[in-house]
Design a protein around this ligand. Structure first.
Ligand code: ATP
Length: 213
């Protein structure tokens, strides 16, 4: 088992497909939090969605293409390799077992944070990782009762605090959120429009070659 105390950033998503909105937010979070180990982690079989459009293998391949020239952003393919539903709590548990007491920082968007109490075993997430809520200055947080009770006492403003403990704190972080979504990219491709400049050319070429949208 590897043991380290170097903080680890985890940016999960379906990445169906990955686009510059994800990549820009990931880069800014990595730099602002001074993380040497930052991983984009594609969901294998997302439990909370009807299904993905591209298979897990294709989504992983697109992510690798997008990051091929940026080794500071890594890809963690464990959910794609694992059979069955992918629950974040299981994924973080696995990373925790590998990394010992290292701080684990899980990035999520404000929209996802607002409905965190719909995630499987969501209470346990705070035992396993810190949460970094990537938000726009104007984005709203609307936490339901039980979620509010969990979130409020855990909130911190200083990223350095996340380095001092392995898990359990919540840091709101303002990052650029480009108005790009995977849904809109799929819609444009489906309509025969060009998605150029919304995502890397290498990913566009892969999509056109395999034609899964
Ligand atoms: P879809 O349109 O299919 O819902 P998406 O573009 O929202 O997809 P996901 O893979 O679901 O992409 O998102 C993964 C993570 O990236 C989430 O935490 C989400 O909040 C964040 N994210 C998505 N789009 C952007 C964006 N444009 N800027 C910053 N973060 C984003």
């Amino acid at each position: 088992m590897t043991r380290s105390t170097q903080a680890i950033g985890i940016f999960g998503g379906t990445f169906d497909p990955v686009h510059y909105g994800h990549l820009r937010a990931a880069l800014e979070a990595m730099e602002r939090l001074q993380l040497q180990d930052f991983r984009l982690l594609p969901a294998g079989t997302p439990p909370h969605r009807a299904g993905t459009f591209a298979s897990a293998d294709h989504r992983l391949a697109m992510l690798k293409l997008a990051l091929s020239r940026y080794p500071e952003l890594q890809v963690d393919d464990r959910e794609v390799r694992r059979e069955g539903s992918s629950y974040m709590v299981d994924t973080l548990g696995e990373i925790r077992r590998e990394e010992g007491e290292a701080p684990i920082l899980m990035m999520i968007g404000q929209d996802a944070a607002n409905v965190l109490d719909q995630w499987y075993d969501w209470h346990k997430l705070f035992d396993l990782a810190h949460l970094v809520i990537m938000r726009r200055p104007e984005s709203k947080h609307i936490y339901s009762g039980a979620l509010f009770e969990q979130v409020q006492p855990r909130l911190v403003n200083d990223p350095d605090q996340l380095r001092k403990t392995p898990a359990g704190l919540i840091l709101p972080l303002e990052v650029t959120q480009l108005a790009i979504s995977s849904t809109e990219i799929r819609r444009q491709i489906h309509a025969g429009l060009s998605p150029r400049f919304l995502l890397p050319d290498s990913v566009i070429e892969y999509i056109l070659e395999h034609r899964f949208y």
